[in-house]
Write a protein that binds this ligand. Structure first.
Ligand code: NDP
Length: 245
């Protein structure tokens, strides 16, 4: 099966900042139609306007990945407008860090809801559309935390290990759609800005300030995977700062 390597309709969750926004810039520059989703619509609107002003094709829609109806509406709107959904980048994520015995149960639930359930919602929304066409590509953003566990990150790591597992399961069950996991290490974004226990969050912020690579480096990896021919499935890219242990 061969499909065009540019001009794809690409849905990006969590496109209002960080890796999602950088991915939108990279993919729009590559000639793809990007559809941006997140809760901060003002940010999405200004990014979409920036991309269009640069000659790209971009639109946006409010999206909460924890709400299956919202994710389905996001995918359906793109499908209605463009007649297809070629790629979904399941990127939205949160990382409020804390030791397990702090029992910050609401934040555990939030990580499970956004990082894991959100990815499942994305798959549920686009898989029928892709199966019907017999082609498609799902890119799940996991983490190096899908490969190793660190203190204060147990629940975050659990969600990312789960994303890796479900991606591999989906890949094994698919002969028509491609499944890629992109697993970044420390990347300079807003990820450490919200929630978590103060000490754990400050340590993560300090590590990020010292070590992190730019979000564009991860966007390049996503762009690479999407840009391969349809019969080439890049299963996982792990990308981290050279100085990260
Ligand atoms: P940012 O905080 O900059 O971006 C996170 C994005 O997720 C935002 O656009 C945010 O948008 C969106 N988001 C959060 N909750 C929801 C929700 N309920 N519905 C829709 N969108 C939501 O961080 P990053 O760019 O770093 O994070 C992107 C991905 O990269 C995440 O999955 C993260 O786990 C992963 N990652 C990041 C690493 C890093 O070092 N930065 C390392 C490894 C993985 P809004 O608030 O507007 O909804």
């Amino acid at each position: 099966m061969s499909e065009p390597t540019t001009g794809k309709v690409v849905l990006i969750t969590g496109a209002s900042s960080g890796i999602g926004a950088a991915t939108a810039r990279r993919l729009a520059a590559d000639g793809h139609h990007v559809v941006l989703g997140a809760r901060r619509v003002d940010r999405l609107a200004s990014l979409a306007a920036e991309l269009r002003a640069a000659g790209g094709q971009a639109d946006h829609r409010e999206l909460d990945v924890t709400d299956l109806g919202s994710v389905r509406a996001f995918a359906a709107a793109a499908h209605e407008r463009y007649g297809r959904v070629d790629v979904l980048v399941n990127n939205a994520g949160v990382m409020p860090l804390s030791p397990v015995d702090a029992l910050r149960v609401a934040e555990w639930d939030q990580m499970i809801d956004v990082n894991l359930r959100g990815v499942l919602h994305g798959i549920a929304a686009v898989l029928p559309l892709m199966r019907e066409r017999g082609t498609g590509h799902i890119v799940n953003v996991a983490s190096t935390s899908a490969h190793r566990v660190d203190p204060t990150a147990a629940v975050y790591c659990a969600t990312k290990y789960a994303v890796l597992a479900l991606s591999e399961g989906l890949r094994q069950e698919s002969r028509d759609i491609r499944v890629t996991v992109v697993s970044p290490g420390f990347t300079r974004t807003e990820l450490t800005d919200r929630g978590g226990a103060a000490e754990a969050q400050a340590a993560a912020r300090a590590a990020m300030e010292q070590l992190a690579i730019p979000a564009s480096a991860v966007a390049d990896a996503i762009g690479y995977a999407i840009g391969r021919p349809g019969d080439v499935d890049v299963n996982e890219i792990v990308i981290r700062p050279t100085v990260q242990g």
